[in-house]
Design a protein around this ligand. Structure first.
Ligand SMILES: N[C@@H](CCC(=O)N[C@@H](CS)C(=O)NCC(=O)O)C(=O)O
Length: 236
């Protein structure tokens, strides 16, 4: 059986880790059986990031490569019905969400001093006692540097909010009145949009981002639709 090693769940959402939520949602969508091991030990794995999967003594890392692996192994392609145009759009949506929106969101969590305490307390609550005192402050310092080198930390919050708004507006436009990004059936793009938009909506440390999201009710409805379908326990 596929073992999914991922960060622990959030209190009111399947997870604060965008990539963990993306992958688990994909597994559910493709109806691939899996078992979960919750972990904070990203350093144990190649690339030092989570989630990863293990299968038959192999460890596979990076959610896109993991999805390629699962598609081949289980012949379960939830994207099979996409046209070439839609598949190209799916690539752009993934890059916008993962490589543009995610770093902007990470600023509220790890860098901005006014929202860091909220994030710190949220992750404290998920960590075993021994890790609590040491890990978050160290990672905080390290992440501030990383986000500066990435470049996103060189933009003041007002400008980051403008950039976030542009990307959410584009996502909202593509979704339009449809139930899912490419029509009435969900595909892997929905897992990505759900992981990112759902975190904006449910993570208290991203409250300012959620104020921007309120302008795009169809994205919020999409998150609720995805929760209903794959994680109904979070709606109760
Ligand atoms: N491109 C990777 C990104 C994974 C990723 O960034 N995971 C984050 C958590 S959401 C992580 O483990 N970060 C730890 C680190 O960057 O040191 C994927 O698709 O799996």
């Amino acid at each position: 059986m596929i073992k999914l090693i991922q960060y622990p769940r959030a209190k009111n959402f399947p997870g604060y880790s965008f990539f963990s939520v993306k992958l688990e949602t994909y597994l559910k969508m493709a109806e691939i059986p899996y078992e979960i091991q919750f972990s904070f030990e990203n350093k144990k794995f190649p690339r030092e990031k989570l989630p990863v999967i293990t299968d038959e003594n192999k460890t596979i890392t990076d959610t896109s490569f993991i999805i390629d692996y699962l598609r081949e192994k289980f012949e379960a392609n939830v994207d099979a019905s996409l046209t070439d145009d839609q598949a190209a759009m799916a690539e752009f949506i993934q890059r916008t969400a993962e490589d543009h929106i995610v770093p902007i969101l990470m600023m509220w969590r790890w860098s901005d001093e006014d929202t860091w305490p909220t994030w710190r307390d949220q992750i404290y609550a998920l960590m075993p006692g021994a890790l609590r005192a040491v890990i978050p402050p160290l990672v905080h310092k390290h992440m501030k540097k990383r986000l500066w080198h990435h470049g996103v930390a060189r933009y003041p919050k007002e400008e980051r909010l403008i950039k976030l708004d542009h990307s959410l507006k584009a996502l909202s436009y593509v979704l339009g009145k449809q139930d899912f990004v490419f029509g009435d059936q969900p595909c892997s793009t929905d897992a990505i949009v759900f992981a990112v938009v759902g975190n904006i909506y449910f993570d208290p440390s991203l409250e300012e981002a959620a104020e921007v999201l309120e302008k795009y009710p169809n994205l919020i409805e999409h998150t609720k639709r995805m929760l209903e379908k794959y994680y109904p326990e979070y709606l109760r």
